[in-house]
Each structure stands twice: as C-alpha cells, then as structure tokens.
Ligand binder design. Structure first.
Ligand code: ZN
Length: 220
C-alpha cells in the first residue's frame, strides 16, 4: 500500500474516501476507469492501480467485462478478522471484552428510547428462545446491537471484524459460551437496565463482569 508515486497514493486515498463515505452503495458499480481518470485528473493506469489496491483491502471487486463493484464500505472488518486469526483465542476474547465495556459505557450516555426498546426486544427474544437457539448465536445478536448503540462507527467495525474471528472459533469448538446460561441472560437484563437508566458506570461494570461468563476458551 505504501508503494507508488505520491499521485498514485493520493488517488487511492481519494477513491477510498469515496467508498467509505458511501458515495457508491455496497454492491453498486463504480464509474468506469475513463470517467474516474477524467474526474480525478490522472491517467487510467493510475486509476487501475488504485482500484487494485482497494480490491486488495476488500473494498472493491473488479468483475472482468462488467466493471468494478463496491464490496464493503470499510477495510476494517476483512483485515481485522484475518489479522485476529493470527492471535490466541484468549487475546481475542480480551479485546472483545475491552470493546464491549467501551460500547456499553457509550450506549448508556443519553440513550434514546427506541434504541433501548430494540435492545430489550432482542433480549426478550433470547429469553423466549425465538432468536436462534444454537449455542453462541443469540448472545451474538444482543452484543452486536449493543455495540451498534454505542454510535461509534469505528468501534462497530472493529467489533464486527473481531466477531467474524470469534464465530470461527465457536464453529471450530475453540471457544464456547459459558455454562451459566441463566446468569448470562440476567447480565443482559442488567445491561439493558443500566443503559435505559442512562448509567454509563453501571453499564460498563456489568459488561466487564459479563464478558468472563459469556464466552470462554475451551481448554485443550
Ligand atoms: Zn452476552
């Protein structure tokens, strides 16, 4: 990525900003090389090189003969899930805990009633067993929404990348949900309550305590 002329790097930066800003929605086709070259005032080969760089990051996907399509608005998920896989499950879960504590704290700062209602609905669906009963699935949905409620897009992307690695760990039996399923649901109820009350300290404390009993590394 750091290779190339200043003009090539600037072209990558501008195209990446276009993708990240949502100028072209996911799965849409971006303008042709010729159009982009005219727009950015660079040669077509520079555009082609920039598209290759962004394809490498998982943002764009060139389809020969059909154009180039947007695959993701952010490089973080793909890059992070691959990078996380090179670390121990214990390290991955520790980072997940840090992100969840931060997310819970942020979610409890000026929570809006719609967000709280949505979180409560997911929690209730978990209790009712209607939200996918496979092990590890239902807690995932609750946590993904909780992180969304932080309102911090970077945190959401980091968490999504980590979650992909964790799903892999669950599938492979390297990570498993804690044994105390009822306790986990009590924690979720306490999280909803702390967020609804607009109490960031309490939300962070519950999230920190909950992480240890939510998922754990399977001893081999
Ligand atoms: Zn949980």
């Amino acid at each position: 990525m750091a290779l190339g002329s200043p003009r090539a790097r600037e072209t990558v930066r501008r195209l990446q900003a276009d993708v990240t800003s949502g100028r072209w929605p996911v799965n849409s086709r971006i303008p042709t090389e010729a159009q982009l070259a005219a727009e950015l005032g660079v040669g077509r080969s520079t555009i082609r090189e920039a598209i290759r760089s962004l394809a490498h990051l998982g943002l764009l996907e060139p389809a020969p003969g059909r154009g180039t399509f947007v695959r993701s608005l952010s490089p973080v998920r793909d890059v992070l899930s691959g990078f996380a896989a090179e670390h121990t499950w214990g390290d991955i879960l520790a980072v997940r805990r840090a992100l969840e504590v931060q997310a819970a704290e942020l979610a409890a700062v000026r929570p809006d009633s719609e967000a709280v209602a949505a979180l409560r609905a997911v929690h209730q669906a978990d209790l009712d067993g209607t939200a996918g009963v496979e092990r590890g699935r239902a807690p995932g949905q609750f946590h993904a929404l909780l992180v969304e409620l932080s309102g911090n897009r970077l945190l959401v992307e980091l968490y999504a990348g980590l979650s992909a690695a964790i799903r892999d760990g669950l599938d492979r039996g390297a990570i498993e949900p804690g044994e105390d399923a009822a306790g986990r649901q009590d924690d979720h109820a306490a999280l909803v309550a702390a967020i609804a009350a607009g109490n960031p300290q309490a939300a962070a404390a519950v999230a920190a305590m909950h992480a240890a009993r939510d998922l754990r590394v399977v001893e081999s």
